[in-house]
Design a binder for this molecule. Sequence first.
Ligand SMILES: CC(C)(COP(=O)(O)OP(=O)(O)OC[C@H]1O[C@@H](n2cnc3c(N)ncnc32)[C@H](O)[C@@H]1OP(=O)(O)O)[C@@H](O)C(=O)NCCC(=O)NCCS
Length: 152
Amino acid sequence: MKDVEASYQMNLDPKVSRYTADGGVISREEMHKRIKDVIERDYAQYGFGRFAVECKNTHQFIGFTGLKFLPDYDLVDLGYRFAQNFWGKGIATETGKASLDFAYQTLKLKNVYAFALPENGASIRVMEKLGFIFDKTIIDEGILFNQYIHHP
Ligand SMILES: CC(C)(COP(=O)(O)OP(=O)(O)OC[C@H]1O[C@@H](n2cnc3c(N)ncnc32)[C@H](O)[C@@H]1OP(=O)(O)O)[C@@H](O)C(=O)NCCC(=O)NCCS
């Protein structure tokens, strides 16, 4: 919960939420609710959820990465989002690799999935670098996403 303010500030940036399809700017109260009702609930219910990402030297919160079980699709998804001044440094790739290692070595998952809007070139490039392959397109709440799959 100590990351509510930094998460709120990150999501205020329209470039950060441009392709995230989750409503853009939200209030501090809504961010508090999302962390409590989504991320903390995931840890309580499934034993894992998204990870906060911090700079090693400053412990500053710079974004999130990691896994999320999607009950509607019965699969585990890799997601990531970082404050704009930390883009382009390989952080999504580095933290994505760590999340995949955790998925296979600790959780013993058979596959991990990921979703991106087709126009989100940076996210799709990260998936390619991590070894995801295009699976199919899906429509979720009226929005078309590319679905990718990763094999260990
Ligand atoms: C997508 C995101 C997580 C990438 O994080 P990052 O730490 O910058 O990623 P990396 O540095 O590991 O890799 C980015 C790659 O994308 C490439 N890239 C950047 N913008 C691009 C674009 N518009 N089209 C294609 N490739 C692009 C970079 O050149 C780099 O590839 P390279 O190493 O081959 O040069 C970051 O931009 C972000 O937080 N975006 C906002 C939230 C978001 O869209 N999340 C994903 C939702 S599916």
